[in-house]
Design a protein around this ligand. Sequence first.
Ligand SMILES: NC(=O)C1=CN([C@@H]2O[C@H](COP(=O)(O)OP(=O)(O)OC[C@H]3O[C@@H](n4cnc5c(N)ncnc54)[C@H](O)[C@@H]3O)[C@@H](O)[C@H]2O)C=CC1
Ligand SMILES: O=C(O)[C@H]1O[C@H](OP(=O)(O)OP(=O)(O)OC[C@H]2O[C@@H](n3ccc(=O)[nH]c3=O)[C@H](O)[C@@H]2O)[C@H](O)[C@@H](O)[C@@H]1O
Length: 434
Amino acid sequence: MKICVIGTGYVGLVSGVCYSDKGNQVTCVDIDEVKVNHLKKGIVPIYEPGLKELMLKNVKEGRLHFTSQIREGMEGAELIIIAVGTPAKENGEADLRYIKAAARSIGENLTDYKVIVTKSTVPVGTGQIIKKMVSDTAGHSNFDIASNPEFLREGSAIQDTFQMERAILGIESDRAEKVLQKLHEPFQTKIVVTDVETAEMTKYAANAFLATKISFINEVANLCEATGANVEKVAEGMGYDQRIGKAFLQAGIGYGGSCFPKDTQALVKMGEKAGYRLKIVPAVEEVNKEQRLRFIEKLRYAFGNEGLKGKKVAVLGLAFKPNTDDMRAAPAVDLVPRLEQEGVDVVCYDPVATEKAKEVIKNLQAAATLDQAVKDADAILILTDWQEFKEMNVKLLKLEMKRPIIIDGRNLFDPIKLGKLGYYYASVGRPIVQ
Ligand SMILES: NC(=O)C1=CN([C@@H]2O[C@H](COP(=O)(O)OP(=O)(O)OC[C@H]3O[C@@H](n4cnc5c(N)ncnc54)[C@H](O)[C@@H]3O)[C@@H](O)[C@H]2O)C=CC1
Ligand SMILES: O=C(O)[C@H]1O[C@H](OP(=O)(O)OP(=O)(O)OC[C@H]2O[C@@H](n3ccc(=O)[nH]c3=O)[C@H](O)[C@@H]2O)[C@H](O)[C@@H](O)[C@@H]1O
């Protein structure tokens, strides 16, 4: 099948690469010419394991193309996939300006029948907005709209696509369903066929539910800290119950990233607009915001009367999660400037996200290696669960530091072991050892 993908962010690029790998002819279109030129030269703008290799393979074998000209991408395509960004507006609502611009340019170039499917996460009703804009601009309705929300995770995007657990096909016609069924055939996944509005809602409900699981376990963790229980064991004990499940019960510094924070906000706004006030999701957001700030208090507590001013703190991890360089809504974006305001000398280290972090954190002091970051540090603050941090030799590390204090936002270590090594170790939902 010939496919045109609009937008080469995470979703557009990963989908384009994976669909081409399944034998389709794919052209990815982006208005960002610099990005397109880079992609044409084989330069991938994001860090995502396995993506570059797979992209180069499909380009070489002639199935994957890049262009900044939508007309070129749409020519002969049976399916158009909209995968542009839907960031949050100032008030939390989803900003549909890129969606609308894409719909307009599709309309301007629509000469023959196509299925126009939205993969971007969009509020219920957006499919109908797209339909109207395309037909108004094209002057005809020789097309079908559809919704096929994306569920990939950054850091494991390729695997998540090839082994997708389900596909939601929100359709309005048999013809569109046929095209989307054909697209998903090689993935051998569970298919849920529904209307466009239900498909749009399913994506927000899934993300909000996952965010709820995280905030729920973080609240339990905070209660564990106040009562002396251990959240890791609580989560394990809960997780064996298949109705609850083990996934997404890892207590930590709270969720970040390009989607949970913006999608929970957008869902609340969707409720307001529809005249239904959501109650759980705002609480999930509140817990998440507070969770980050607790780590400043944990540091303050570790230094007692001495206070934070003048202390050197090594922040380990900038990206919002491992195996990505995405800095969108990463805890570090909030915490590094706040610590600096308190007079802390903050030195950061991340295996891949430093360059992107410099774009969003002013005057970021970045070390080139983990060793450099922790040298003479009064404390370490762990924000991302990179493998490199899990494998740190804490015994040797202690010799490099000025003081053996670790505040761990990801529960990477066994408190008993760190206590025995002479550390002050405060993690999440587990007793402090010293
Ligand atoms: N990042 C992720 O892991 C996931 C994202 N999503 C959703 O997918 C959508 C896209 O997300 P990302 O890929 O992260 O977005 P992004 O913001 O990283 O990339 C969007 C791309 O679209 C391009 N673009 C904007 N307007 C355009 C137009 N009119 N024509 C052509 N290109 C245009 C931009 O230049 C940019 O390269 C969002 O709605 C997001 O919520 C869904 C699942 C996972
Ligand atoms: O809509 C999206 O963009 C995507 O959002 C998330 O994917 P992603 O944000 O890439 O990463 P996750 O693995 O879900 O992690 C999100 C955040 O939650 C945190 N998290 C995750 C799991 C957990 O148990 N505890 C926890 O704190 C992570 O550290 C991270 O900050 C969803 O998992 C994807 O299904 C969805 O497609």
